[in-house]
Design a binder for this molecule. Structure first.
Ligand code: SF4
Length: 338
């Protein structure tokens, strides 16, 4: 399978009065054509900053590290000018945000907002064609009575319908990559499932790649081809959805899984939370970043950052528990002593 996007050694820092905040610290990954990659982690883990950097949206006091490389369809785009990023955004890659009510213009009718997105990238398009494509896109997102929806304002629609409109706005230019940042967080569970199903359906019809960003592993269980778990600006584990759900190896992934509601759980109704906070990103720990919150931490974890262990071609983990000398007797998932 061909990679649509390659990210190599991406770092992003924010220069504040308190010091340099290392938001993203040397991450590398690929997004394959027509596939879905999920970036998962708590807020502040660097997943949204990663997405912004892929769209050229890191503004001062933020800065993308000098060694970082973003390669799209074989071409390096890291150093794009503002004009080039403007052309790239929307045409090649679009983004759907969490809160449609904030992202949509409350004073402009839905139809006009979708048409404007199209016009930004196809200057010579006729009015008739623009209307036709906007309407078709709305229909594709499953909005009932799309024609009358075109004439409505965002506040006249439900949360789920507004999110469908956001997806229509993002997809109207037929981008090859859709980045969805917590697209279902503001919605109730049934509507969440509908929006995820819609994205999957559009992917099947239009063939785009998707990067979905979420704090909730449950949201991407059925959808993601690859799951990348991020913590404190680094990738701590990555694998197929099967690897992450059935053979997770990192204590942070275990903690995330234990905070996902499961129908087969014996502790019905009680969800675990992850105690503690992410470390100070101005002075990140020299050892493992999860050390201060990890129930399995060993002395080495404080002293040295763990290397990444490749378990299979697709599954890798950065944790000292993968070392032969580690005691794995009490780990809740994965293999016991290796
Ligand atoms: Fe926990 Fe150590 Fe693994 Fe970090 S390296 S996650 S502290 S066991």
């Amino acid at each position: 399978m061909k990679a649509l996007l390659k990210v190599e050694d991406l770092s992003v820092s924010y220069f504040t009065y308190a010091g340099e905040v290392h938001s993203v610290r040397g991450i590398s990954f690929e997004v394959e054509e027509g596939k879905t990659t999920a970036l998962v982690g708590e807020s502040g883990c660097g997943k949204s900053v990663t997405a912004k950097s892929l769209l050229g949206l890191i503004e001062k006091p933020g800065k993308v590290g000098d060694k970082s490389r973003i390669i799209y369809q074989g071409k390096e785009i890291t150093g794009y000018t503002e004009k080039e990023w403007n052309e790239f955004r929307g045409k090649e890659c679009s983004m759907v945000f969490q809160d449609a009510l904030v992202s949509l213009n409350p004073t402009v009718k839905i139809g006009t907002q979708i048409e404007e997105n199209l016009l930004n990238h196809e200057k010579s398009i006729s009015k008739v064609e623009m209307k036709k494509r906007a309407l078709n896109m709305l229909k594709l997102t499953g909005i009932p009575d799309s024609e009358s929806c075109m004439k409505k304002y965002p506040h006249e629609l439900s949360g789920g319908m507004r999110q469908r409109v956001m997806i229509a706005c993002a997809m109207i230019t037929n981008p090859k990559l859709l980045i969805a940042d917590e697209p279902t967080t503001a919605l109730d569970v049934t509507i969440q499932a509908q929006i995820i199903a819609l994205m999957e359906e559009l992917q099947e019809k239009l063939g785009m790649s998707i990067i979905i960003i979420t704090h909730d592993l449950g949201v991407v269980a059925d959808m993601a081809d690859e799951i990348i778990v991020m913590y404190a600006g680094e990738i701590v584990e990555r694998g197929t959805a099967r690897d992450i759900f059935y053979n997770p190896e990192h204590p942070y992934t275990w903690a995330l899984l234990q905070s996902v509601p499961r129908l087969d759980s014996e502790d019905k109704g009680i969800l675990n939370t992850i105690e503690g906070n992410i470390p100070d990103m101005i002075n990140p720990p020299k050892g493992c970043s999860f050390c201060g919150r990890c129930p399995y931490a060993m002395q080495i974890c404080e002293e040295q950052a763990p290397q990444t262990t490749q378990i299979t071609d697709q599954h890798s983990v950065a944790c000292w528990l993968m070392d032969d000398r580690a005691d794995r007797t009490n780990v809740p998932f994965g293999r016991k002593n290796l």
